[in-house]
Design a protein around this ligand. Structure first.
Ligand SMILES: [Zn+2]
Length: 173
């Protein structure tokens, strides 16, 4: 048991590495982070889902929509393992000096495009050095998700360290 004093303290790297050694543990953690109140289908609002191993995605029990906790709509087929995602988030969030994108790539063996899916409205410092795509903004039901023209969420492509707003690409025609 953790004492109240430890609450909110970042985990040490050893603790983190032990706890999230497997793909499954990382997936569960990201599931909790994405849906802290439990799963909610982004299409129909259903609360029950099951994990489809062959698709590496969660499937809504009602409408069969598949989704993953790691990515925004555009990146749902991202081949990055959950472990890579979670470890990238941990490394970016805990390194006070700000680790370089190259160092992150070395540690995680990431060579393909990476995206940061965040419910936060603010960026971690230097996050645009580590990712090719970044999504920001808490989901607010009344405003809708990325495919709604009233959304507060934003989706950026990073090019030469500049954030280019791509949100309009998601709007329903
Ligand atoms: Zn559904």
């Amino acid at each position: 048991m953790k004492s109240a004093k430890d609450k909110g303290k970042p985990m040490s790297f050893m603790e983190f590495a032990e706890k999230y050694a497997t793909e499954e543990a990382c997936r569960e953690k990201m599931f909790e982070a994405r849906w802290p109140e439990g799963f909610v289908c982004p299409k129909c609002g259903e609360k029950k889902c099951c994990f489809i191993t062959s698709r590496n995605a969660y499937q809504c029990n009602r409408c069969k929509h598949r989704t993953t906790p790691k990515v925004g709509a555009l990146m749902e087929d991202s081949p990055l393992p959950y472990k890579t995602w979670l470890w990238a988030i941990y490394l970016v969030a805990t390194d006070k000096r700000g680790i370089s994108g190259k160092s992150l790539q070395r540690q995680l063996h990431v060579t393909y495009k990476t995206a940061w899916y965040s419910g936060n409205s603010k960026l971690y410092e230097n996050a645009h050095h580590y990712f090719d795509y970044i999504k920001l903004g808490k989901y607010i039901k009344e405003l809708g998700g990325l495919n709604s023209s009233t959304t507060n969420q934003r989706f950026y492509r990073i090019e030469n360290e500049r954030m280019i707003d791509m949100t309009y690409k998601f709007y329903k025609q």
